[in-house]
Unconditional design. Structure first.
Length: 386
């Protein structure tokens, strides 16, 4: 299983576990809410019984207990009406509402929606109605799950941000360490090759051979320079992106077989932008080599540069095997590769160079299985006064 697949599986397991935990908390809260709601209704039924007792009381009736039940309610809002819907009394409700008939009628409807009213038949054919709402405690409990979910989301975001920051810091150190060590390792034999080249020149070896070797040595020096720049802030220079791209394009074109048909399109006027030449050429080479690998060394490869006044776009298209839509983002993740051999670092490194060093963006513009892929780099246009 690929590294990115394992990471996605772990991510979905954590998301599913979080969803289950939140669902259990919400269900448990809902259960508590229903229990408390039933208990409040029982209290109101006792209140109604106490009211009935007081209505039917005579000199011999013990009214101390019913009176205590009625006066003990300090939290549940209620309105007592007669059968003509006229307010008789109320508890825990603003007097301004009760004194206004329209407001009182609206409030009674609100209470009726919250709880079914209790009917008091204190004598045959004579009724009173108890309309009651939820207590402040019950209303707080109702909004508790929302607050809890928000806390969980904020905590999750904090943990994710910390994890991502830590991971990126570790990744940056790894990139920098590997890059600088690679540059150091290449530097030693490169110095030796430069020495041997001077000896070959002194021995009057075929100039054509010396020229080709010199090109490859210069190439190795460029690669060393690229790796030495990873992990440190590169110096950006205002360069013509068309010329810089063409140089990498021509170098690669001359070193691949004729079975790859290259094409290059760009505006005729220079496009000046801030870039690091060594890292930009690395970007182009990674994308071109990746495209050729996708075609298995045979097919059509096109490099197109476009400019619309606001953005500079570089599109690299191939006629290779294509990429499944659900893998469009995964191909830029470290460790992702469809090759039997390889570390899966090329495109992730390219993404880093484009986005972190040049403040651009890179994406799979389009792809179709067995027909090919187009990857697009976008940079903000930089205007330079001549």
């Amino acid at each position: 299983m690929l590294f990115s697949d394992r990471k996605n599986l772990t991510r979905w397991i954590l998301i599913s576990a979080s969803f289950i935990i939140i669902s259990l908390i919400l269900w448990n809260t809902y259960t508590f809410f229903q229990i408390f709601k039933n208990e409040e209704r029982i209290k109101m039924e006792h209140w109604a019984e106490a009211q009935k007792t007081l209505l039917n009381a005579d000199a011999k009736t013990e009214i101390e207990l019913p009176y205590k039940i009625i006066t003990h309610n300090k939290t549940i809002p209620l309105i007592l009406t007669n059968q003509n819907n006229l307010v008789i009394s109320s508890s825990n409700i603003d007097e301004k509402i009760i004194s206004d008939k329209e407001l009182a009628a609206e409030y009674i409807l609100k209470l009726k929606k919250e709880n079914e009213p209790i009917v008091i038949e204190y004598v045959p054919g004579k009724f009173q109605y108890v309309y009651f709402g939820n207590s402040s405690l019950l209303n707080k409990l109702k909004y508790y799950p929302i607050a809890l979910v928000l806390i969980i989301v904020l905590f999750g975001a904090l943990v994710y941000n910390f994890y991502k920051s830590t991971k990126m810091a570790t990744q940056n150190k790894l990139w920098a360490g590997m890059a600088k060590e690679t540059a150091h390792q290449i530097g030693t034999p490169l110095s030796s090759l430069i020495g041997w080249l001077e000896i070959m020149k002194a021995d009057h070896v075929d100039p054509t051979t010396i020229s080709e070797i010199e090109k490859d040595i210069n190439r190795l020096q460029t690669i060393t320079d690229r790796f030495s720049k990873i992990g440190s802030k590169p110096v950006l220079e205002f360069r013509d992106i068309i010329t810089e791209t063409q140089e990498s394009y021509h170098y690669l074109q001359s070193r691949f077989s004729k079975q790859v048909v290259f094409s290059f399109e760009a505006p005729k006027t220079p496009i000046i932008m801030a870039l690091n030449p060594a890292l930009h050429s690395w970007t182009i080479e990674n994308l071109v080599k990746n495209a050729i690998d996708a075609m298995k060394g045979r097919g059509k490869l096109a490099v197109v540069i476009e400019e619309d006044g606001k953005q500079i776009k570089i599109k690299i298209s191939d006629s290779g095997m294509g990429i499944a839509r659900n893998q469009f983002k995964n191909i830029f993740e470290p460790g992702f590769t469809t090759k039997k051999r390889g570390w899966g670092l090329g495109l992730s490194l390219t993404k880093r160079i484009v986005e972190e060093y040049h403040k651009g963006s890179i994406k799979v513009l389009s792809s179709e299985i067995n027909k090919g892929t187009t990857i697009q780099i976008s940079y903000k246009r930089e205007l330079i006064n001549a």
